[in-house]
Design a protein around this ligand. Structure first.
Ligand code: A3P
Length: 326
């Protein structure tokens, strides 16, 4: 049997199979040969059972915070690089490997009632994310939140301004969303980052190439805002978490914040920070009209997709976004 030093061998292998140069981490626990050679202090339970996939600016932090109030639900240790989000499946972190990812999660005992989850809001529209997530977590459940894509885009733009993005500071929202393909590259890039996540049907279809509809739970972001108690009830049923945790004694509307917040005592609540639920001027009418048109085909496809998935009623925001075209 002929062989070569490891590096030469690897070079030879990847020249024969270039498509394999980009790794896809599978679950070691799905293959007895892998378990055998795996470190003894690793456990398959140290992986999330469900993912909150975003998209950004739809209320993902509120959902994350509400989930953590539940005594049987825990998440990862915060990542110092990306605030609380690990952002494993989408960017360069993926190349850090499985151990890097798993080290973020506490070890929970086999069959424990503890549900681990991870929330990374940029997973939703990441091209490679569904494939990678499915390779590692084929049984995971997925939770996504949808609001009007037009409102989402505007909230994201405001977020970029607060973070002093020079392009967002230099150009109005209308400038960004109406930028044509002859506009400066930086402006086109910002436009794309602003608008692309809102093409909900496209992104959901990509997830549905890997996960079954039964594994996907869609939350109406407007309901999360106005009636989080009911939303959390439905979510627990979807996740099959028992006994049902009664959120009505843990969430209360805070008039000052204008949102539901966590109940700390009879006269005190803990709300999300200033960066969530910001005050900013209303979107210009012409910007909303442009976005209604821009998202028309995507929103129409979303209605079809939601019906196919068996959703009984179309969200109010979707009806409103489509209202000028019905
Ligand atoms: P705005 O700040 O534009 O109003 P994300 O956490 O995904 O970045 O989403 C932020 C958005 O969550 C906020 O956008 C806000 O509208 C919405 N949100 C929903 N429920 C909330 C809550 N209970 N507290 C604060 N913000 C909430």
């Amino acid at each position: 049997l002929l062989s070569a030093p490891p590096l030469t061998l690897a070079e030879k292998y990847f020249s024969l199979y270039p498509e394999e140069a980009d790794p896809v981490w599978g679950n070691p626990c799905h293959d007895p040969r892998h378990i055998k050679i795996w470190s003894h202090n690793k456990t398959c339970e140290q992986l999330p059972r469900f993912l909150v996939i975003g998209p950004q600016k739809t209320g993902t932090t509120a959902l994350y915070t509400f989930l953590l109030i539940h005594p049987n639900i825990s998440s990862n240790i915060n990542s110092p690089e990306t605030y609380e989000e690990i952002q494993f499946f989408n960017g360069r972190n993926y190349y850090r490997g499985l151990s890097w990812y798993m080290d973020f999660f506490p070890i929970v005992k086999n069959n424990s009632a503890q549900y681990l989850f991870e929330k990374s809001a940029t997973y939703f529209d990441g091209e490679l994310v569904p494939k990678r997530a499915h390779a590692l977590l084929p049984q995971a459940k997925l939770v996504t939140i949808l609001i009007s894509p037009a409102k989402r885009a505007y909230s994201w733009y405001q977020h970029m301004r607060v973070h002093k993005d020079p392009i967002a500071l230099n150009y109005s929202f209308y400038d960004v969303i109406s930028a044509t393909d002859t506009a400066p590259k930086v402006l086109r890039d910002l436009r794309n980052r602003c608008l692309n996540p809102g093409k909900y049907s496209q992104h959901l279809e990509r997830w549905l190439q890997y996960y079954s509809p039964q594994q996907l739970h869609i939350i109406d972001g407007e309901q999360l805002r106005s009636n989080p108690i009911e939303v959390m009830d439905h979510l627990q049923k979807f996740l099959k978490i028992t006994p049902l945790y009664d959120y009505s004694s843990h969430l209360r509307y805070d008039i000052k914040k204008g949102f539901f917040c966590q109940v700390m005592s009879h006269d005190r609540t803990k709300c999300l920070g200033k960066s969530k639920g910001r005050a900013y001027p209303q979107m210009e009418e012409r910007a909303y009209k442009l976005l209604q048109r821009y998202y028309l085909s995507h929103n129409t496809a979303l209605v079809k997709l939601l019906k196919r998935l068996g959703l009984r009623s179309v969200p109010q925001w979707l009806k409103e976004d489509l209202s000028d075209f019905l």
